[in-house]
Design a protein around this ligand. Structure first.
Ligand code: GLN
Ligand code: ZN
Length: 753
């Protein structure tokens, strides 16, 4: 334990949104990619955006002179920034990676035959980072000075900031190694951190923030000890250069994980929303009492009480539970949000103010007005109409014991075969067809009032006609309506359910220039009236082939929304499930024989810690089953999963009890098929044979190869032929060609069965 504890600011945040209050960075990135602006103009736009954020943070109450303000400011991704900073060029690009922005975009986006770095979700969030690609020859050095430059830039603007970088343990834990175990490269990597720290110290930095969230994830004991050693080496390297180190773990419970590092750090930032305080008495703690991942106002009374209790054990300052990257910039931009709901919320800027208020209070200066307002908002929310809806609660309380159980699969399958008369190896798509410029512009004109609802509906119906005719022409067996009416697969549902509110500017970075606008799930959920039936029934009226109803599942709706924090997630999921069950009943009544309930986010919400997984899988699988169990045995229920490797949750996929499961598989060469077959999965499976993530048209040989792997592992009665995911981001030209090849491949495979 250190005896002379260095001063740390009374309040800080661990990171701030970077896309810009009006998505300025997104526009700059996309303009540069289109060649509409040159390098200098891009750098100027990015700089202006970073400086605007710094000034905003000072205005909101963070101090400018004591390293309270973190500076990170990645163009595209903070893990990519570390890759560039330490010169970790993938072997396939070594010696020929262009310098500057061209090299950065090549790693992020690929070009020609050079594929980009793989993209994966950051811990259990919906943010995607670019996966470092390491091999036995990987070497590291201080190859790029962006982290130093941004510290200097902040200083010139009057802010003595705290540079932030992913720590070495987390960098290696999140990397992919070819022919090498990434953690074995630690001895080469740590000196590069030392060089960065030395450069920062020379530029006048006093603190550095090392983000090491990998320490709180699930690991074997030996791996955890190794990660702790690597984290310690990074900390010691920075301290040897003369910097003070704030170790930030966040994203879960640090207790039991960071204690061995307590003697090495100058301050420790932990997540107290999802975790508990570690036993590190005497170490400067940055207590993450303000939620970095959700948008509810902090209970300031409870937070202050917790802070005061911690302060008896050692020095404490106030922090956020994670970076604020995962919440939108500013609630004040939401002019259309109902004022009462708005009073319950805090976006990034409001959270910064909460941190400042709590820091002042902990120092003895309690702002009674601010505390009173927070108290009033929390009381108001508790009692507000809609937060508790008697009818919704009674319906859930009265669920019969078999509410999550369908009839036996064999019985259902026989009824479905008779009702649907499909060929072996039926072909289908995942739901969306390309969202053309025409559709987007009609939606925008409708939102601006330039196109009336009837005119907009006619544009959409035309699109459905086109999509149905195209699928018939291509010879697909189970058709879709194409989802042209949906702005987003969750927001569209949020707009039609009670208990949800969409935002206008609540963008959160998903990856690179892409951002999503999660809706706020604030109250009890119900579905006042059918909203997908009109579209599906219209599509069905145009064809004799079955058209699939298309719904987003309860887990995905929760995963991609800001969810109420006043009841267990499982209860909220069940409410959504019943709303979906109502929609399925209406689809059946309208003559729809197949309904797909998408759960692409099932894997995303899986807790990082093994011990928390059974409870999660129990409520998530249970909610899906509640949504679908009331369907008639003859109604074929499909589900769709993507975005992740699913090998670890095969049990849960089986537990969903869907009649047909389509799943992303093309890029991993059907890896999941073996896992499912090995598990004895006995219901319909459609492993994707067409990777829709790129405009490439899959060639005949490729499709044949993937399909033969699938037919080798799965019985012919169970196999479906489909793409990996929806087609909304594709163009029509490549879609038509690719689907044509897919149907041909299915025909060839059928001839062989
Ligand atoms: N039905 C949706 C679509 O096709 C599924 C999207 C997804 O899996 N993310 O777009
Ligand atoms: Zn998908």
């Amino acid at each position: 334990m250190t005896t002379t504890t260095p001063a740390f600011p009374g309040g800080t945040i661990l990171g701030y949104p970077r896309i810009g209050r009006r998505r300025e960075l997104k526009r700059a990135l996309e303009s540069h990619w289109r060649d509409a602006i040159d390098d200098a103009a891009f750098h100027e736009a990015a700089r202006a955006n970073r400086l605007a954020d710094l000034q905003r943070l000072v205005a909101l109450g963070l101090r400018a002179d004591d390293a309270s303000i973190p500076v990170e400011g990645a163009h595209y991704d903070h893990v990519l920034d570390a890759t560039l900073t330490f010169g970790a060029v993938p072997a396939r690009l070594r010696g020929r990676l262009p310098s500057g922005l061209a090299g950065e975009w090549l790693l992020a986006r690929g070009a020609g035959d050079d594929v980009p770095l793989e993209m994966t979700k950051w811990l259990d969030s919906n943010y995607h980072y670019l996966v470092p690609e390491l091999d036995a020859a990987s070497n590291f050095s201080l190859a790029d000075t962006r982290i130093v430059d941004r510290f200097v830039e902040a200083g010139a603007a009057g802010v003595h900031a705290r540079p932030v970088v992913v720590g070495p343990a987390t960098y290696l834990a999140l990397a992919k190694g070819t022919g090498v175990r990434p953690l074995d490269l630690a001895e080469r990597l740590v000196p590069a951190y030392a060089a960065l720290a030395a450069a920062l110290a020379a530029a006048g930095a006093t603190w550095i923030q090392l983000d090491e969230p990998a320490l709180v994830a699930d690991h074997e004991d030996a791996t955890l000890a190794e990660l702790q050693d690597v984290a310690r080496a990074g900390i010691e390297a920075a301290r040897a250069a003369g910097l003070r180190v704030l170790l930030h773990v966040g994203h879960g419970d640090a207790a039991g994980r960071v204690e061995p590092l307590a003697d090495a750090v100058d301050a420790l930032a932990v997540d107290l929303v999802r975790g508990t305080a570690p036993e590190t008495d005497g170490v400067q703690l940055v207590a993450g009492v303000v939620h970095g991942r959700n948008v509810w106002r902090t209970d300031l009374d409870a937070a202050l009480e917790a802070l005061r209790a911690l302060a008896e054990r050692g020095p404490v300052s106030v922090g956020t539970s994670t970076t604020l990257l995962h919440v939108p910039h500013d609630l004040d931009a939401e002019a259309a949000l109902e004022p009462r709901l708005r009073s319950w919320l805090a976006f990034a800027d409001q959270k910064v103010a909460e941190v400042a208020t709590l820091a002042a209070a902990l120092a003895g200066d309690v702002d009674e007005a601010a505390f009173g307002a927070a108290r009033a908002a929390i009381d108001d929310r508790r009692a507000a109409p809609g937060v508790h809806d008697g009818a919704v609660r009674e319906r859930l309380a009265a669920l019969p014991a078999d509410a999550r159980t369908r009839s036996p699969y064999d019985d259902r399958a026989a009824q479905q075969r008779a009702a649907l008369e499909l060929p072996p190896l039926p072909t289908t798509t995942i739901g969306s067809f390309p969202q053309t410029g025409d559709i987007r512009s009609a939606r925008a004109r409708n939102a601006r009032g330039e196109l009336d609802d009837a005119g907009y509906a006619e544009v959409l119906r035309d699109e459905v006609r086109r999509v149905v005719a195209l699928q018939e022409e291509l010879g697909l067996d189970v058709l879709v309506h194409g989802e042209p009416e949906r702005n987003d697969m969750v927001q569209y549902f949020a707009e039609h359910f009670d208990g949800f509110a969409p935002t206008q500017h609540g963008w959160v970075q998903s990856y690179g220039s892409r951002a999503t606008r999660p809706s706020i799930l604030w109250g009890d959920v119900a579905r006042p009236e059918a909203f997908t039936v009109e579209w599906i029934a219209f599509a069905q009226s145009l064809t004799d082939r079955p058209v699939k109803g298309m719904l987003t599942g309860p887990v995905t709706i929760l995963a991609w929304s800001f969810v109420r924090d006043d009841q267990p997630l499982g209860e909220t999921a069940d409410q959504v499930a019943l709303a979906l069950a109502d929609e399925i009943a209406d689809l059946e009544a309208a003559g729809i024989r197949i309904v797909q309930v998408d759960e692409p986010a099932l894997r995303e919400l899986l807790p990082l810690r093994r011990e928390a997984r059974p409870a999660y899988l129990d409520w998530s699988v249970g909610a899906f089953r509640l949504a679908t169990a009331a369907a008639a045995p003859a109604t074929q229920i499909h589900t769709h999963l993507c975005y992740s490797e699913f090998n670890t949750v095969v049990d849960a996929i089986d537990g969903l009890d869907a009649d047909v499961t389509s799943i992303e598989a093309a890029r991993s060469k059907m890896e999941v098929v073996d896992a499912l077959a090995g598990h004895g999965f006995g219901r319909g499976i459609g492993p994707g044979v067409y990777d829709i993530h790129s405009p490439r048209v899959p060639a005949r040989e490729e499709l044949d190869e993937l399909l033969s792997i699938a037919t080798g592992a799965i019985s012919d009665e169970l196999l479906w032929v489909n793409p990996d995911c929806g087609l909304k981001t594709r163009g029509y030209a490549e879609t038509v060609e690719s689907l044509g090849n897919l149907v041909e491949a299915a025909r060839r495979a059928r001839a062989a069965v």
